[in-house]
Write a protein that binds this ligand. Structure first.
Ligand code: UDP
Ligand code: MG
Length: 313
């Protein structure tokens, strides 16, 4: 019997033609019959057959909705589009490659029924996750915790359930540099974590290139903390202190000995060192300035070229 409650499932897809059909079957099999569902596929500017597959799925099942972007806007923006359009009593987001097992969905729903407003998931480190991914994700979360004021657990995934109350608030977040893994724990509400074991990618290769991952990591830090800007204060004062002591030493050499010309190596060393630190700090300031510049334009997070969710002209 249906409970009358509706659940939105959000699936960002970027060149997932090989996984989609199997993913869709598996997902539908795992959805409990006691709820009504809408499945929102967000096509993030795929260059393969992803969009065609989604539209044909939508034709055969009225619960399947789609939003197709005009180009690739990135995973986080695809999630944002899903959250913006979700009309359910709660929304569940998961990846299209079956790494986030749909079989865990009933468990997330059970936690929601218990009264939790945000149900996060945490990936157990498992053999199917590559060694480099494990290490890079460990380092990333470690740096994130050190540098920002948000406590993000290791292996937190963009596989989560949020209540419509949270969804309503989330729609108000219009920042261009989105980092949901930071925003969600920051939001408060009643949260819990469900562990899951990630599967191997069903088909295709990771859509997170090293470059995308690096971009994601800098956003994670700079969107959540201004601590890196303070590094210059600490480094600056340490260097000033060392220079002062070294200056005293130089003065001593000059006044009390006749070896004053021998300082060439140390001059070169300190010039290069200070130069390097200067560039580093300018880089950090530049990173924030650049983000301010982009945010200030208030451009939309994504542009939709096709959807069956709203009337189109
Ligand atoms: N994805 C996306 N836009 C992108 C990159 C990825 O919508 O620019 C989607 C992708 O189709 C998948 C999810 O985000 O459903 C996670 O990507 P992927 O599995 O490649 O990342 P990984 O699991 O390797 O971290
Ligand atoms: Mg994946």
């Amino acid at each position: 019997m249906e409970s009358g409650r509706k659940i939105s499932v959000i699936v960002p897809c970027f060149n997932e033609e090989e996984s989609l059909t199997t993913f869709n079957q598996t997902l539908i099999r795992c959805l409990p019959e006691t709820y009504s569902f809408e499945i929102i596929y967000v096509n993030d500017g795929s260059s393969d057959n992803t969009f065609r597959i989604i539209t044909s799925l939508a034709k055969s099942n009225p619960a399947i909705k789609y939003i197709s972007f005009s180009r690739n806007f990135g995973h986080q923006n695809a999630l944002k589009a899903g959250y913006d359009f979700a009309s359910g009593d709660c929304a569940i987001s998961l990846d299209a490659d079956l790494q986030h097992p749909p079989a865990v969905i009933p468990e997330l729903i059970a936690k929601w029924e218990e009264g939790f407003e945000i149900v996060n998931t945490m990936r157990n480190d498992h053999a199917s996750i590559s060694f480099s991914k494990k290490i890079s994700s460990r380092i990333f979360y470690q740096i994130m915790r050190k540098l920002s004021d948000v406590n993000i657990e290791n292996g937190m995934a963009d596989f989560r359930l949020i209540d419509k109350k949270v969804l309503k608030q989330l729609k108000l977040f219009n920042e261009n540099y989105l980092f949901f893994r930071g925003i969600i724990p920051w939001m408060g509400f009643r949260q819990t974590i469900v562990p899951f074991t990630a599967n191997e990618r069903f088909a295709g290769t990771t859509k997170y290139t090293f470059q995308k991952m690096l971009k994601f990591a800098t956003t994670g830090v700079t969107a959540f903390s201004v601590k890196p800007l303070k590094i210059s204060i600490y480094l600056g004062s340490v260097i000033a202190m060392v220079s002062f002591i070294y200056g005293l030493y130089a003065a001593y050499i000059h006044i009390f000995t006749d070896r004053a010309i021998t300082g060439w190596t140390s001059v070169i060393f300190s010039v290069l060192f200070i130069g390097g630190i200067n560039l580093l700090m300018l880089g950090i300031i530049g990173e924030y300035l650049g983000k301010l510049f982009i945010e200030n334009k208030r451009r939309p997070n994504y542009l939709i070229s096709d959807t069956n969710l709203i009337e189109q002209d």
